[in-house]
Design a protein around this ligand. Structure first.
Ligand SMILES: Cc1ncc(COP(=O)(O)O)c(C=O)c1O
Length: 417
């Protein structure tokens, strides 16, 4: 099979190809805020997903399904890699992986030399946490609302290397960015080496002012690691603009990529200082980002299909996607925020949240609320009952319709009355 055949099918996921060039050109003229409310366009896009009629899926924060064209590209890549087998692995796997990384680096707004492909956020962040050169008594700062297994990885370093973990608690409804910056600043001491901050808190959807927190931490000589599991391909930003040292994301969440795809961005001058989780082949320079993500033999077709997901995402455009996702969240939260008995655990200011929000109903435990939403109203969410947050997390995605959110609103109102 020649290379052109092999690459065939990686294209075809652009909106011009999917909706027709004339139709897409017409929609693309609208400003992102206008397009966000153009139901006809989103209805056409929704048709590119295979959705169940059994229930409304509002748990896209865990894993977001691929659009059908991306899924088809993925299946095709599985077939092709299987067909060429070891010859593909020996002759092309590495260069194809670099091509995929380059497409991702372009999307992330960062140099290729600073971006590694990983399997998920967990692998990326754990690599940084465990790869740090910890000394006994060193300190790390994080939040109670950060992801559980990352906190567990820091605790493991505490047991192994004698480091001290300091946890702040992020308020559900902060009054200002300064309040949040100050919260993290107060936890930094003489021995603080690393600060972890979530770009978007997974249990509430709250967006944190990471660039301001990073600037404050750097002024105190502390490195900053951003958990971007929920921000990449969701919010419109370039990774280096966050001003952090490390950034990690899962691509099977907001990019709509196949399961098991993630990224790790490391600022150039930090690469040589990290210990890889798995030792790379000999001969890699200390400053080579590929030193950090040696995996051994792994499902390379996932990396290949990433290009289809990138193409689908890129043409829709980060700004249009962000505005639609924010519109969906504000569409339903705006209808329940003032209702008696309903408690929103996500800040109201538009810049402090996007697609994800968390809602509770007074008198109902989160697990009971999630159960009744599913059993009585066929709405799938996830219960959250930790770190001061009691409710269900509601996460729409590009294919979610306003009619589905009307059903959510009606269900919440019924459950609260
Ligand atoms: C904030 C945050 N960090 C890390 C992770 C871990 O992501 P993954 O399981 O894809 O590694 C998640 C998963 O939901 C998350 O929400």
């Amino acid at each position: 099979m020649d290379k052109r055949d092999f690459l065939r099918g990686l294209g075809g996921c652009s909106l011009a190809a999917l909706l027709g060039p004339t139709a897409w050109a017409r929609w693309a003229q609208l400003a992102p805020q206008e397009l966000a409310q153009a139901g006809e366009f989103w209805g056409e896009l929704r048709a590119k997903y295979r959705l169940t009629s059994e229930y409304i899926n509002l748990e896209n924060g865990y894993y977001s399904m691929m659009a059908q064209p991306v899924l088809e590209a993925f299946v095709e890549r599985v077939r092709e890699v299987n067909f060429e087998a070891a010859r593909y692995m020996r002759t092309r796997a590495e260069s194809e992986r670099t091509t995929t990384r380059a497409a991702l680096a372009q999307l992330a707004g960062c140099p290729l030399e600073e971006l590694a492909l990983t399997r998920n956020t967990t692998e990326s962040l754990d690599l940084v946490i465990a790869g740090h050169d910890w000394k006994p008594g060193d300190e790390a700062v994080m939040a109670e609302q950060d992801y559980g297994t990352m906190l567990a990885m820091f605790d493991q370093q505490a047991r192994r290397h004698g480091i001290v973990c300091r946890r702040v608690s992020v308020p559900l409804h902060p009054r200002s960015d300064e309040e949040l910056v100050e919260l993290y600043a107060r936890a930094i001491g003489e021995r603080t080496r690393l600060l972890m901050v979530s770009h978007m808190i997974n249990i509430t959807g709250q967006i944190l002012p990471v660039a301001k927190i990073a600037a404050m931490a750097h002024a105190k000589g502390v490195a900053v690691m951003v958990d971007g599991a929920h921000s990449f391909a969701h919010l419109d930003f370039a990774i280096p603009a966050l001003g952090c040292d490390y950034y990690a994301a899962s691509l099977h969440k907001w990019l709509g990529a196949p399961l098991g795809a993630g990224l790790l961005w490391v600022r150039q001058d930090r690469i040589a200082k990290l210990w890889p989780l798995l030792a790379p082949p000999p001969g890699r320079a200390d400053g080579d980002i590929n030193r950090l993500n040696h995996l051994g033999t792994h499902p390379v077709h996932t990396d290949l299909a990433l290009r289809a997901a990138i193409e689908f995402h890129r043409e829709l455009g980060p700004a249009r996607k962000q505005e639609r996702l924010r519109h969906l969240q504000r569409y339903w939260t705006g209808r329940v925020r003032a209702r008696p008995g309903i408690v929103l655990n996500t800040p109201e200011a538009p810049e402090r949240s996007c697609a994800i929000a968390n809602v509770g109903v007074e008198g109902l435990a989160p697990a009971e609320l999630a159960r009744r939403l599913f059993e009585e109203h066929r709405i799938f969410t996830v219960a959250i009952d930790s770190a001061g947050v009691r409710g269900v997390r509601v996460t729409p995605h590009l294919y979610t319709s306003e009619a589905e959110l009307d059903q959510l609103v009606a269900a919440l109102v019924a459950l609260a009355s």
